[in-house]
Write a protein that binds this ligand. Structure first.
Ligand code: TRP
Length: 384
């Protein structure tokens, strides 16, 4: 067998602009992996078909956000010369694969998938249907999306899937499908590995309100495309330690969202560049590391305002180049759509090859060259 290529497949549902949770949870890593040169092929998918599984009544939202996600991707540093950016719904082969994989997964197994379970709860699908609310009940397509995600991953023979922690059950489900397929039909599909962020703060970045997840519906997001002023305002309003009432009080760092964000974004160089945030009339500090800031906060005497001013500088330092690139790309949409069109073409060719291999392994490639002759010979035996 040929040496195994190293291939990345990952993506996002286009239901809104991407925020800094997406960035530290996966996007920043993808760009690093892309630039490392360690991968033979990289596919980044805008999962519009998956987004429709729980937005059937709002297709316009999905349609509008395809370009937003593409702009966020490219401004964050995904480079079309090295990564194929594509639109899921335009690769029809993925749905065909899904149809065959569906036979390898039980309803009971899907019901146990923790992410599916949680999302059904979150969307209120589990409420009993009385006919008055067409939202009640789980759409079949939504219920099956882990299978479709297995198609996304295996169609590209992905070895590596960089995603956030919430996607872990999806990758596990994919691995099961691969093992089952290969056991039944012979070795055909590649078992992928998940690649999670290595920093705990990045695994699940909380919202600005301290809630477990950054989410558009909760209104607690900082978007990659927010202006410097918006970022400063959002940081000013952030949740810290509710018991840190006086500057002189000792403060808590654990569970303090401002510090979680610093864990995710702060670099040693920021202390030299933004050290003046900690110089005030009443108190002045010269910190050389985040650990020193935390120690002072815990001891008391360091106010939230200083830490927040520093965080806003740190965030804007990261976001400024992204914003700049976005502004330029926004003025060149024909180029962005052309990137998606070409990326989709490459993706389709790759998925078609895998689908052909799958159908061959399943022996449902009746009209492939050479196969029909064999088939006729075989079946004719019956009537001799
Ligand atoms: N489920 C992912 C999300 O909600 C999007 C996605 C679809 C995906 N197919 C994928 C991610 C395949 C990684 C691999 O963001």
């Amino acid at each position: 067998m040929a040496e195994q290529k190293k291939i990345i497949l990952t993506g996002d549902r286009p239901t809104g602009r991407l925020h800094i949770g997406h960035y530290v949870g996966s996007l920043r890593r993808r760009v690093e992996l892309q630039n490392s040169g360690a991968f033979d092929e990289i596919y980044i998918m805008i999962a519009d078909a998956q987004a429709l599984t729980d937005n059937a009544d709002n297709p316009e939202k999905v349609r509008q956000n395809i370009i937003e996600v593409a702009l966020d991707y490219m401004s964050a540093g995904l480079d079309p010369a090295r990564s194929h950016l594509f639109i899921q719904s335009q690769v029809a082969e993925l749905t065909e694969l899904t149809f065959y994989y569906m036979n390898l997964v039980t309803v009971q197994r899907l019901q146990r998938n923790p992410t599916v379970k949680q999302e059904i709860q979150l969307r209120g699908y589990s409420e009993a249907s009385d006919g008055s609310d067409n939202k009640a009940g789980t759409p079949v397509g939504f219920f099956c999306y882990p299978i479709s995600q297995a198609s996304d991953i295996t169609a590209f023979r992905a070895t590596t899937v960089p995603v956030g922690e919430d996607q872990e059950p999806m990758i596990e489900q994919t691995r099961e499908i691969v093992r089952k397929f290969n056991a039944v039909y012979g070795p055909t599909l590649v078992e992928p590995e998940i690649l999670l962020p290595d920093n705990a703060a990045c695994l699940r970045l909380p919202g600005t309100d301290g809630k477990a997840k950054m989410s558009k519906s909760l209104g607690n997001c900082i978007y990659l495309s927010d202006s410097a002023e918006e970022v400063r305002a959002k940081v000013r309003g952030m949740y810290t330690d509710p018991n840190h009432l006086q500057v002189s009080d000792p403060g808590r760092v654990e569970g303090n969202t401002v510090f979680t964000y610093l864990d995710a974004f702060c670099k040693p160089e920021h202390f030299g560049r933004f050290g003046e945030c900690f110089h005030g009339k009443k108190a002045s500090f010269d910190f050389g590391s985040l650990d020193e800031v935390k120690a002072q906060y815990r001891a008391g005497g360091l106010g939230d305002v200083m830490v927040k001013n520093f965080l806003a500088e740190v965030l804007n330092d990261t976001l400024e180049p992204i914003r700049r690139r976005r502004k330029a790309l926004e003025q060149d949409l024909p180029y962005v759509y052309e990137v998606l069109r070409q990326g989709t073409e490459v993706a389709r060719a790759k998925a078609a090859q895998t689908l052909a291999d799958v159908k061959k392994a399943m022996r449902i490639n009746y009209f492939d060259p050479g196969v029909l002759e064999e088939l006729i010979k075989e079946q004719s035996e019956k009537y001799k």
